[in-house]
Design a binder for this molecule. Structure first.
Ligand SMILES: *Cc1c(COP(=O)(O)O)cnc(C)c1O
Length: 365
């Protein structure tokens, strides 16, 4: 069988290394590894199997959790959006899942159901993000009502930070995160439920928010959870897990003034070789990038020139040793995905999540 030459190589040893960094930085907390959206594009099942030391996993929806269960993953699985209807509620108890409860409609379903209730649930509280969750001030009343429902054995308390990527406890840009932590703690400290506040950025920068469970996602995959310009010692120790590669399939000797690609948006400033790489936005490489975007070829850095098209992109091969057939790295250990994300005015999360089905996956260890 033939396959597209665009390839996402997933380094499972790097994944385990990043997990051990989470353990090191949040030594007193249990770790639920966030593997929603196909583990940020890295392959949900392979990632779950590799992270055998995780204390649990978290996904966005019930479907993702069922896939994990049907493939033999037995650890606790938290569902960030909880159940959408009666059938999903029933699936939560059938598959021993831990759904979040974030709104009145879910609460009602849980109260009136005639079926067995899930043994573990999380009460989602909004401490400032104002996306999903009940107001923190409702925590006590809701928690006490939930823990009394027949069949429910544990009710955890969860919140999510809106601005943790912007700074740190040592170097705060805003006091918003601290306010969120305080508001959550004040309203839940007297409750016996397990608490969870921290995604990757929060667990690194606000250790006081690590609590019973931390919820790292992006740092497991080796990308920075912080905005450009914000650093943390740990970020330099992370190892990129995904290497996105393809191959050079043509080299054209073009003349000064020749345009390249759709819209003729770029013209050769001199006679020069231009390489054509078999990857494009139809594979998940971003179409909108600035003039700083580059690829790595034979350990040299080559600028992307002209518009990225669906299946191809073009690179400046002046002063670069390259031949047709050579491997081209779009991002990976030699070219941080965070750099490409910055060129595309987005974040690494969106790039790795956006790898499309025709890209071949290869797992290495
Ligand atoms: C996605 C998600 C996380 C993981 O966030 P990272 O920034 O990738 O560490 C944690 N908690 C919730 C509620 C999420 O939705």
């Amino acid at each position: 069988m033939t396959a597209r030459i665009a390839c996402a190589e997933i380094n499972l040893a790097a994944l385990r290394h990043n997990f051990s960094l989470v353990r090191h930085h949040a030594a007193r907390s249990r770790i639920m590894c966030v593997i929603k959206a196909n583990a940020y594009g890295h392959g949900m099942l392979q990632v779950a199997e590799t992270l055998s030391e995780a204390d649990g996993f978290a996904v966005a929806c019930v479907d993702e959790a069922i896939t994990l269960r049907q493939n033999g993953i037995e650890k606790p699985i938290t569902i960030f959006q909880g159940f959408a209807d009666e059938a999903e509620l029933a699936a939560c108890s059938e598959y021993s899942l831990w759904p979040l409860l974030h709104c009145d409609a879910q609460l009602k379903l849980l109260q009136v159901t005639k079926k067995r209730r899930p043994a573990g649930i999380w009460l989602k509280l909004s401490s400032g993000m104002n996306r999903l969750g009940f107001a923190c001030e409702q925590a006590q009343l809701l928690w006490q009502g939930l823990i009394k429902l027949e069949g429910i054995q544990s009710v955890g308390l969860m919140t999510h930070m809106a601005c943790a990527d912007e700074g740190s406890a040592k170097n705060p840009v805003t006091d918003f995160t601290l306010k969120q932590i305080d508001r959550f703690m004040q309203n839940t400290q007297q409750l016996a439920g397990e608490k969870s506040l921290a995604n990757s950025a929060t667990l690194l920068s606000w250790p006081q928010a690590q609590a019973d469970w931390v919820r790292p996602g992006i740092m497991l995959y080796g990308a920075s959870p912080f905005l450009p310009g914000i650093t943390h010692n740990c970020v330099n120790e992370l190892k990129p897990v995904m290497r996105l590669t393809s191959r050079l399939i043509a080299i054209n000797q073009l003349r000064k003034g020749n345009p390249i690609g759709y819209g003729c948006s770029w013209h050769c400033p001199e006679d020069m070789p231009v390489g054509v790489v078999a990857i494009g936005y139809g594979d998940g490489y971003p179409r909108h990038i600035d003039a700083h975007a580059s690829v790595s070829i034979n350990n040299q850095c080559a600028a992307v020139v002209g518009r990225v098209s669906m299946d191809l992109l073009t690179i400046d091969l002046r002063n670069i040793a390259a031949a047709v057939g050579d491997q081209v790295v779009l991002w990976g250990p030699e070219l941080p995905v965070d750099d490409i994300a910055r060129s595309a005015e987005t974040i690494a999360y969106e790039l790795t999540c956006g790898i499309y089905g025709r890209v071949q996956y290869r797992y290495i260890d």
